[in-house]
Design a protein around this ligand. Structure first.
Ligand code: PLP
Length: 265
């Protein structure tokens, strides 16, 4: 809807792969802007990648797979500095898990620009990924444009019923997020105690440098019945692990320790 062939999109790298896939599918040109030290957003790098043809900018905040975020002041600077023609898409799939003091959801910055789309999902903190429900927050005009292209029946009845019930159950959301945030810190501590580098995370997963090919560690863990994600360049020595229930986190830690100790990879 917002960019046509040969126009331009900007997004980070490494970040959620759908921005690249969507740009390729729409035959856009794009800049995949390297994150600093592979992990951290830099607003000037994003702004420098904007060209006269740029129509879209995608930022996952917090980011997948790094768990890193853009602080409120920097996000505000980005949103104010982008040319008016650019639609800024702030993907807040993991927003519920962000607890850093200087983090702010983009909903607090809606007065910064007209062209702003904030994406939210029920797939993460609400645990409803299989129901395929999410939403976008934007101006009435933006939503009207999106509705012209959106498939008319794209959210099923079960998804709508579940989403409404989920929005009404604050206590469950709070308990679930609190447990994840608490166990994220514990899991990070345990991994660091084992001598591994862990990227600071504002999401429901951790990115861990296993100091050997992540793909081999992924496969060895798979044999133990533990599923993590191996990462593409520039994170070949890293794996991403979702924070699970305490017993799952323990099982992951035990299996990882065994796999690394026995030098199976
Ligand atoms: C940043 C980001 N946005 C969106 C999604 C997907 O969300 P949904 O399940 O609503 O399509 C993911 C999940 O992997 C993600 O990491």
């Amino acid at each position: 809807m917002f960019a046509s062939r040969d126009e331009h999109a900007v997004f980070g790298h490494p970040s959620f792969p759908c921005y690249r896939i969507g740009s390729i599918a729409q035959e856009l040109r794009f800049a995949a802007v390297p994150l600093r030290d592979r992990l951290h957003w830099n607003v000037d790098d994003l702004l420098d990648a904007v060209t006269p043809d740029t129509k879209l900018l995608f930022v996952a905040n917090p980011n997948n797979p790094t768990g890193s975020y853009i602080a409120k002041g920097e996000l505000e600077r980005l949103l104010r500095s982008l040319p008016d023609r650019v639609l800024a898409v702030i993907d807040e799939a993991y927003v519920e898990y962000a607890d850093a003091e200087d983090f702010a959801p983009a909903t607090e910055l809606r007065n910064t620009r007209e062209r702003l789309a904030i994406l939210r999902t029920f797939s993460k903190a609400y645990g409803l990924a299989a129901l395929r429900v999410g939403y976008v927050i934007g101006t009435r005009e933006l939503i009207t444009h999106l509705n012209r292209l959106r498939a008319p029946f794209n959210v099923g009845t079960l998804g709508q019923v579940a989403a409404k019930a989920a929005l009404a159950d604050d206590a469950h959301l709070r308990a679930s997020v609190e447990a994840t945030v608490r166990d994220r810190a514990k899991l990070a501590q345990a991994l660091e105690a084992a001598g591994l580098r862990v990227a600071p995370s504002q999401a429901n997963f951790l990115l861990v440098d296993v100091q050997r090919p992540g793909r081999a560690v992924y496969e060895a863990l798979l044999h133990e019945g533990v599923i993590v994600r191996a990462m593409p360049e520039p994170l070949r020595s890293w794996i991403r692990v979702t924070v699970g229930k305490p017993e799952q986190n323990k099982r992951f830690l035990d299996s990882l320790e065994r796999v690394l100790r026995e030098s199976r990879v």
